[in-house]
Design a binder for this molecule. Structure first.
Ligand code: MN
Length: 203
């Protein structure tokens, strides 16, 4: 059974002005859809056809770069849509305590997400992740993902140019400021922490 492009969890205009409806429409309807379509074409008729997306990512890692890129990007984008919210959310008491233990404060975590995202060379992803009960900010390059890693990813931000160029041109820090300060879905990150294992792509 082929993978489906998941619906956005909010209308195209919900993240404005941080992410415009125009950007979200192209990013979800063109970029994310293309990753899903290419992955489906690659796995059609293979043993991967009935697998979970996380297992496709893991199996392709290091052995089939083309499939890995499309499978990992399919996962990363779905996780990214959920990592943002239309309205303000707050971390759970558990997440807040872990953020304060690791970073000192939520404001310091926000500063680190912005700095690591702005400093990441070329395309990639910046993450808040948990491992062995401790939180850290992580980066992955190009289409790489934490979906099949030792980390439990709590949230991610896309720092590929296509995520912000229509709205902020080359000013990646302006995109990061707008998203990190106003659109992070802290409730989703809290759910991921409470579950204790990585979010899975719906199938
Ligand atoms: Mn993207």
């Amino acid at each position: 059974m082929a993978f489906q492009l998941i619906d956005l969890p909010y209308p195209d205009s919900a993240l404005e002005p941080a992410v415009s409806a125009n950007t979200l429409s192209f990013h979800h309807g063109k970029h994310h859809k293309a990753y899903i379509d290419k992955m489906n074409a690659a796995i059609d008729g293979t043993a991967h056809d009935d697998a979970a997306l996380e297992d496709v990512v893991s199996a392709a890692r290091g052995s089939n770069q083309g499939l890995f890129n499309n499978a990992a990007q399919s996962w990363n984008h779905a996780f990214y849509w959920h990592s943002m919210a239309a309205s303000e959310t707050a971390p759970s008491d558990e997440l807040k305590a872990k953020i304060e233990a690791a970073f000192g404060s939520i404001d310091e975590l926000k500063s680190q997400l912005k700095a690591r995202g702005a400093g990441h060379f070329a395309s990639g992803w910046v993450w808040l992740a948990e491992k062995n009960g401790e939180l850290s900010v992580e980066e992955t390059h190009d289409g790489d993902t934490l979906a099949d890693s030792d980390f439990n990813p709590l949230l991610t931000i896309d720092v590929w140019e296509h995520a912000y160029y229509l709205d902020h041109q080359n000013a990646r820090p302006a995109y990061l400021d707008a998203v990190v300060d106003h659109k992070i879905n802290w409730a989703f990150a809290s759910e991921n922490l409470a579950r204790g294992s990585a979010w899975t792509y719906p199938k």
